[in-house]
Every structure is written in C-alpha cells, then in structure tokens.
Write a protein that binds this ligand. Structure first.
Ligand SMILES: Cc1cc2nc3c(=O)[nH]c(=O)nc-3n(C[C@H](O)[C@H](O)[C@H](O)COP(=O)(O)O)c2cc1C
Length: 498
C-alpha cells in the first residue's frame, strides 16, 4: 500500500463522514462490559514518581499562544519536563459517580473522554533524569523507563530532520485504536489527529511559556519509532513527534535496530473489536523509506488559496487577559451549554488570532470559516477568516443552521461563535500523499485546542464538536466548494456563569 495511492484517504474520509455514517444510525451500541481502560499500564515496570511542585509560570495563556522562544540552548530539567507532561496529558479532574465509579479528566479535551493518545519521551541526560526512553503514565503520575541510554538517534534516523537532531527531548505521541474505537468505531483514526492536536496545543503553549522551541514533526519512517516503543501496530501506532528544547550538539542517527522489549501491558478490556479500515488508512499514510521522508519534507507547500470576495470586517484589537497558562489549562473543561449572550469583538478577535501557524514540518492546511451568532460590533452571519479580518459570505441569523451542522446538538446554536476548520484535502493529498490526511487532522486539532485555551483565558467557554461533513461544505459554498470539513469548535458564554 502506498502513500501515493490517494484513493485510500479519500475513501476513508468519505466512509467515516457523518453524512454517510453516524454513531446514531449505524446500529452500534456501547458495550460497557468491554469499555477499555483509558490508560496504558505497564505491569512489569516500576514507576519513577514525577515532581509535582513548581513555581507557577508568570506567563499569560494569550502570550503563550503567540509566544516565540528566544535563542540559545534550552535543555529541560526533570521538574520542567514533568510540568510539560502534566499540562499536556496529566489528570486535572476526577469525577466520582454515585456507586463509586471514578472518571478522570485530562489536561486537554478529547473525544468521548477516552484518552487514546499516549506520550513517550526520548531524551539525553537531563538534570534529574538519566538518558532513556520513557512512557508517561498519567494514572500514577510517573515515568516508566522502557530503555536505558540515549535513543534519540533512532528518531533522528527516522526523520532525518535538522530540528529534531538538536532536541534534548523528543516526544513520541501514539494512538491506541481500541481506546477510542470502542465508541467511535472506524472514525477513531480521525480522532487520533484531533485528540493528539488538542493535547499538542497545550504542549506547544507550555513550551512557549517555558521559553523552549518546539516543533511538530509528521514526516518520519513509521516502522522505526513503532519498533523503538515495541508497539503491536495492530493496536497502537506512533502518530506524531515533537522536538522540545534545543542543544548545540547534534544527535547522530543511530543505525542499530532497537531490540524487542516484550513488556507486560495490562489488557484494555476482556475483548476488543478490530476495525481494519483504520489499519488500511494507517498503512496507506505510512512512510516506508528515507526517500519517502525526503519527498515529504522537500518541495513547496501548497500555496494558500485566494480569500473569497466579500465585504471585510476587521478584527478588533485583541482582548487582554492575565490568566496564567497553567491555571487556564488546569481550569479548562468543555462547555456543556452556552447562553445565547454576546461576546465582545476583542474576545472573538483573540480567539481567532490564536489560530496562528503551527511550527511544523508541513505547510498550513486548514482555513477557518466562521458563523457569528452573537459578537458585539460584528453583524451575525457567515464569514471566511482571513489574516486581516473576516470576509462576509452572507449576513443573517444562522443559529438554526449551526444547530443542524453539529449533528443537532444545541451547543453550536447557542454559542456566540462557531469556527469550522476546513482543508483543501485534494491539494494536501496531491502534495503530501495520504500522510497529508494525518497532517490536516492534527493541525485542525491544534488550532481548535488553541481556541479552547484562548476562550478559557478570557473567562469564556468552548467545546469541540462533531459535524455533518458535507452539509458544512454546502453551507459555506461557493466559497468552500471543494474543501473538506476537518473539525469544529464552538465558543461563547458558558451557561454556568449565570
Ligand atoms: C475533537 C473533539 C470533538 C468533540 N465533540 C463533542 C461533541 O460533539 N459534543 C460534545 O458535547 N462534546 C464534544 N467534545 C468534548 C468532549 O466530550 C470533552 O472534551 C471530553 O468529555 C473531556 O472533557 P473536558 O474537555 O471537559 O476535559 C469534543 C471534544 C473534542 C476534542
């Protein structure tokens, strides 16, 4: 199966689209007897407890979202690495239901709160932590060492990426199919991108606040990181890499093959159901050689499409907020209901400006289309979001349409603002092959995750939402004709504030 056989990504997208398939109509029901564990638990490895005490970072969330780190070496200590992991994937809330069952919520929003993304760390010697390959275990807030010594060279070999070879820390993000497909079936592969993305929005903002450079790397030879972590690739696969920090000395590629580990991992449930469509999508978007990785990296990014014609509504100055990034991440939770109250133009501007370019090894893929339901100073209507403001695609009250497009949930109808992340999937696939599909999904997740953080920094609420793919395109056409809907966020005044 080849990264260039573009019919696979097209077909996966169509077959998992809500216009054709729905968790509500597919006959699928949730079998709670086999609900998967939301954690990966290594049973034969001792946990290395992580430090919990930090001096709070005096950096506002809005500044962290826009932050550009300074130059020079930036080598994390164990303590700062711990705060990065906690604010990316740690447990931030616990809910105990009558009867005693506990539900843990994590730092980033996640489809169905199923938390199928795991974080692994490959690092050189850090202050407080010897070089090694570690798994971050949120269930007991610890690291587990999978391999001793410095294994970053294997990742460097997989990516041939200049940035990653100067990273003191490399994060490897994996997705475990069953932890999400238990509820969402074959859609779980899309969710890998969204959920990895919302997590990385936190990671990248925390890195900016810590003044560490960080960059998302999606171009890598898949089999090397998968073998490094000794994953059973029918169950779990590495989805993305992030270089964190900077050191002067370059890490050299490591040519030896990582030996198998055979660690004992707790079963997720007594039984699992496989959805081969996702294996097919993963295999078809895998890069199998260094030539394929070079083809990913070299060559021009697709040029941005021209903005549609229409009346321009400038964004206002950005609203200010001194809410600190760590407090915002800790307090964040998805809004369950919005009032229909208006938000200020400055708040809307801050949220839309948070969708800045992602530092990554691919060019920008998602465009933003917006329904304004209630923003002071901006007429209600539908818009394309350009760099210098909103381009009107039609004024009017579109609450009813918004409430249909999110599968009929009242959230989008009541929200002040809905942001649809849409990509020219054909162009992305032409340039990047099927791997472009992974990139479009994760980029939209990061942009949506940034909007979550901006909203909570401003005392507002936000939530990710699912959607009727083709109806969104029709709604924004002709401007959006030919695009694909990748992700949706709603933001506004949360009902609890009344
Ligand atoms: C990609 C994505 C899609 C989501 N879709 C919906 C949705 O359609 N309806 C909904 O009520 N919540 C949705 N959510 C919110 C999740 O249910 C929520 O993030 C999860 O329960 C964890 O709770 P928390 O965000 O409050 O920490 C979505 C979240 C994400 C990240």
């Amino acid at each position: 199966m080849s990264n260039r056989d573009l019919s696979v990504a097209r077909s996966y997208h169509a077959r998992t689209s809500h216009s054709h398939f729905s968790v509500h109509t597919s006959g699928h029901y949730l079998n709670f007897e086999i609900q998967p564990l939301p954690f990966k638990v290594y049973e034969d490895l001792p946990g290395i407890p992580l430090p919990r005490e930090w001096t709070p970072l005096e950096v506002s969330a809005l500044d962290a979202l826009m932050g550009v780190p300074g130059g020079g070496e930036r080598i994390p200590s164990l303590s700062d690495l711990a705060r990065l992991l906690h604010h990316s994937a740690g447990i931030t809330k616990k809910l105990v239901y009558p009867g005693g069952r506990a539900q843990y919520f994590r730092a980033a929003a996640n489809t169905g709160a199923l938390y199928e993304i795991d974080l692994y760390v490959a690092c050189g010697d850090l202050e407080g932590l010897p070089a090694g390959l570690y798994h971050f275990s949120p269930h007991d807030y610890s690291l587990r060492r999978l391999r001793e010594g410095d294994w970053r060279g294997t990742v460097v070999r997989a990516t041939a990426d200049e940035g990653i070879s100067h990273a003191p820390v490399i994060l490897l993000c994996s997705g475990t199919y069953w932890r999400n497909s238990w509820k969402y079936q074959a859609r779980a592969y899309r969710h890998f991108g969204w959920d990895n993305g919302t997590m990385l929005a936190n990671t990248l903002a925390m890195c900016a606040a810590l003044d560490w450079p960080a960059r998302l790397v999606m171009g890598f030879q898949d089999d090397l990181p998968n073998r490094l972590l000794d994953l059973n690739v029918e169950k779990e696969v590495v989805f993305s890499l992030v270089s964190v920090g900077r050191q002067d000395a370059a890490v050299l590629p490591r040519d030896d093959d990582p030996p198998p580990l055979n660690h004992r991992v707790r079963p997720l449930s007594s039984e699992e159901v496989d959805y081969p469509l996702m294996w097919e999508m993963h295999a078809a978007s895998s890069l199998e050689s260094s030539e394929a990785v070079r083809a990913w990296r070299d060559g021009a990014s697709p040029p941005p499409r021209p903005a549609p014609e229409g009346q321009r509504v400038p964004l206002g100055p950005r609203a200010e907020s001194s809410a600190r990034i760590e407090d915002v991440i800790t307090r964040r939770g998805s809004s369950r209901r919005f009032t229909q109250d208006a938000i200020s133009r400055e708040a809307a501007s801050a949220m839309l400006r948070a969708a800045t370019n992602v530092a990554a090894d691919f060019g920008r893929l998602n465009e933003l289309y917006v329904i304004v339901n209630a923003v002071e100073g901006i007429p209600s209507g539908k818009y394309f979001c350009a760099a210098d403001g909103l381009v009107s695609l039609g004024e009017g009250n579109f609450r009813g349409d918004a409430g249909h497009l999110d599968l009929g949930q009242p959230l989008a109808a009541d929200a002040a603002l809905n942001v649809y992340y849409m990509a020219d999937l054909q162009g992305a696939l032409q340039r990047y092959g099927n791997r472009g599909y992974r990139a479009a999904q994760i980029e939209a997740g990061i942009l949506g995750g940034r909007l979550y953080l901006a909203a909570y920094a401003l005392g507002l609420g936000a939530t990710g939402l699912t959607f009727y793919d083709d109806d969104v395109v029709d709604f924004f056409s002709p401007a959006a004709a030919g695009l694909s809907t990748i992700f949706l966020m709603a933001a506004g005044v949360p009902a609890r504030r009344r």
